[in-house]
Design a protein around this ligand. Structure first.
Ligand SMILES: O=C(CO)[C@@H](O)[C@H](O)COP(=O)(O)O
Ligand SMILES: [Fe+2]
Length: 222
């Protein structure tokens, strides 16, 4: 019998205080976060600029938390070595940003990181299906990448269902606009890794919100 992979909650540090990143990471782990989701934007692949490998490197000694790096960059190949050296645990790239996903996945794995392949809302699921048995995670974007605080796109759940039907054990992550009103829909569709930025950081109790997100997601699994 196959079992759905474990539910994981991944606060996006994009909604945290960048001046206190180490503290924000430690706080999220102490509140029960499974992953620390780090949004890497280059101002080219997406119209926003955030952080790169030097920040991951500075952060690494301050937390044992799982550093889940979501690279929204042109030429992701260029950064594999730097992120590996910096101590990233997972390297996520966009399928739209590379002409050779398979070689990139191999390179990420050879650098001892988990590989995650990501697709934007307008990209058909068929773009990632040939690589699903070669990666550790597929990330289905539920907003247009570039900014936190956008609205969840429920029509992306069809992609999640398609991937889950073919890959019962794969980690399927959703990212963008996830909150307590829609996480059940995403979990029911087959997602098991949930990125949440604004809904966690802007809540009165981020700890209670993480627990509630987990409870709601787990309520849809059997
Ligand atoms: O990758 C991205 C945006 O491009 C995300 O990780 C967001 O940062 C999630 O933030 P919310 O939509 O949950 O506020
Ligand atoms: Fe992200």
């Amino acid at each position: 019998m196959t079992r759905m992979p474990r539910i994981k909650i991944a606060p996006s540090l994009l909604s945290g205080d960048f001046a206190m990143l180490a503290h924000e990471c430690q706080r999220m782990i102490s509140y029960g976060a499974d992953y620390l989701h780090m949004d890497v934007m280059d101002g080219h692949f997406v119209p926003n600029l955030t952080l790169g490998a030097p920040i991951i490197k500075s952060l690494r000694p301050h937390t044992k938390g799982f550093l889940d790096c979501h690279l929204m960059v042109t030429n992701p190949e260029k950064w594999v070595e730097d992120f590996a050296k910096a101590g990233a645990d997972q390297f996520g790239f966009h399928v739209e940003a590379t002409s050779d996903p398979e070689t990139l996945i191999e390179k990420i794995r050879n650098h001892k990181m988990r590989a995650s392949i990501t697709l934007k809302p307008d990209t058909p699921v068929e773009a990632v299906l040939p690589f699903c048995d070669k990666v550790d995670q597929v990330l289905v974007m539920t907003v247009e990448p570039g900014f936190g605080g956008q609205k969840f796109m429920p029509n992306m759940m069809e992609k999640v269902r398609t991937i889950r039907a073919q890959h019962p054990n794969l980690d399927i992550q959703v990212d963008g606009g996830i909150d307590t009103t829609n996480i059940e829909v995403a979990s029911k569709a087959g997602a098991n890794v949930f990125v949440a930025g604004s809904s966690i950081f802007n809540s009165i109790s981020p700890e209670a919100t993480i627990a509630e997100l987990r409870r709601l997601a787990e309520s849809q699994t059997n």
